[in-house]
Design a protein around this ligand. Structure first.
Ligand code: AMP
Ligand code: GLY
Length: 417
């Protein structure tokens, strides 16, 4: 088979690493990919938003299956366009991807289909939003409706902070159109976890749960990032919590989208809060999570291509998960998520058994790899227990020595072991 992956981050590298193992895959392409993927795939210089060129490429190379990593092309309707061109694609349509692309759509959908989530109201008008916040008090959460690259959520500890967030979004248009509608929702307390599933229409096949660490610095301090590390499975999330989340959240979402006339195909990701009243949805994503994918896929024993094909064909895929744990630590450019330099040399690690390096933001400059993004690498390890996986991942990181161009969190997994 000829397989194409669309995207350029760590999540996509992780998929590429799995797909490259499949004996069914003859040619593996990634568009545009990154510097670290060259060993496993052919990187093609097409931007992930350039749907016309991607379709042209897929036809020219007789691509049998395309998998889309990031949310932005999904929201532009890349899956619809591939389907119209008779190309097999594992990704949700534009309408189904609204579950991630519009928070007001997602919230109204959850209300309609009785999916547990935080209480909320939607606003376009700043004065009305402020009156609601005055009534509800803090802590309270303000969310831009549209995609804002993970930055459109303000968890306000005080009323003043919440009122400011309303002004930023609705008056100063900090997120332009993505923030011209906002959702104001109840603050949920508890422990977060991510549950992803392969979904086709009303068939839902869950993966093992994962947890990511979104804050930049140790002890969950500092600004929110795309994710500074992750691990799977999650010891404090029981089989019962998972069964509840699959039945009452992911399955209801898949059924609801069928009922709405926009059946879902692809990866459905529940960003969930384990509250005293059980799991509740913080957000849905309509794609693989990053950096969760980098610690979940290494635990999958089956051929990932076969899983995608079976799910698309309406057959139950074989999903066997290793009885082990995976933990990954992100190495980010100094300064991230604020301004940072690109072009730094890539540290080299001595990789141990069952440890691995995933590239997220690297590029090949005349045969040398250099940094090319905020999150540059993820160093991951697999072991019998989470504690051992953690020790191994940090041991590998230590082999590169100190490097002022990068920083990483030293406490990935700490509060969960
Ligand atoms: P999101 O961009 O939707 O993933 O939100 C970013 C982060 O904000 C989440 O991972 C949570 O830590 C936090 N968050 C979002 N909504 C809520 C909520 N209703 N209650 C508490 N924390 C929240
Ligand atoms: N790790 C969160 C996300 O992929 O959105």
């Amino acid at each position: 088979m000829n397989v194409l992956v669309v995207g350029r981050g760590g999540r996509e590298h992780s998929m590429v690493l799995e797909l490259a193992k499949s004996e069914q895959v003859k040619n593996l392409y990634v568009a545009p990919g990154n510097g670290g993927m060259k060993e496993q795939a052919t990187c093609v210089a097409i931007d992930e938003m350039d749907t016309d060129s991607l379709i042209h490429f897929a036809k020219e190379k007789a691509i049998d299956l395309t998998i889309v990593g990031p949310e932005a092309p999904l929201n532009e309707g890349i899956a619809d366009r591939f389907q119209e061109a008779n190309l097999k694609v594992f990704a949700p349509t534009k309408k189904a991807a609204l579950l991630e692309g519009s928070k007001s759509f997602a919230k109204a959908f959850m209300k309609k289909y009785d999916i547990p989530t935080a209480a909320y109201e939607t606003f376009n008008d700043a004065e009305q939003a402020k009156a609601y916040i005055e009534k509800q008090g803090a802590p309270i959460v303000i969310k831009a409706d549209g995609l804002a690259a993970g930055k459109g959520v303000i968890v306000a500890e005080t009323k003043a902070e919440a009122l400011n967030a309303v002004d930023d979004m609705l008056v100063s248009k900090a997120f332009s159109e993505a923030g011209s509608t906002i959702v104001v929702e109840e603050f949920l307390s508890g422990r977060e976890f991510s549950l992803m599933a392969f979904v086709h229409e009303n068939h839902v096949y869950p993966m093992v749960p994962a947890r990511d660490h979104k804050r930049a610095f140790d002890h969950d301090e500092g600004p929110n990032t795309g994710g500074m590390g992750s691990f799977a499975p999650v010891p404090d999330i029981t089989e019962e919590h998972i069964a509840f989340s699959v039945g009452n959240i992911l399955q209801k979402a898949a059924d609801g989208l069928m009922a709405e006339g926009c059946p879902f195909t692809g990866i459905l990701y529940g960003g969930l809060m384990m509250t005293d009243a059980g799991p509740k949805v913080i957000e849905f994503n309509t794609r693989f999570g990053d950096p969760e994918t980098q610690v979940v896929l290494p635990l999958l024993k089956n051929d990932l291509v076969q899983v995608f094909l079976d799910v698309l064909d309406g057959k139950d895929p074989e999903l066997v998960w290793e009885d082990a744990a995976c933990l990954g630590v992100v190495l980010a450019s100094a300064g991230y998520p604020g301004p940072y330099e690109k072009g730094a040399a890539i540290p080299s690690f001595s990789v141990l058994d069952d440890s691995y390096v995933v590239h997220a933001g690297t590029k090949d400059e005349g045969g040398t790899l250099v940094s090319d993004g905020g999150r540059v690498l993820l160093v991951g390890a697999k072991a019998a227990t989470l504690k051992e996986a953690q020790e191994k991942a940090y041991k590998v990181i230590d082999t590169a020595g100190d490097n002022k161009d990068y920083f990483y969190r030293k406490d990935i997994g700490v509060n969960s072991i």
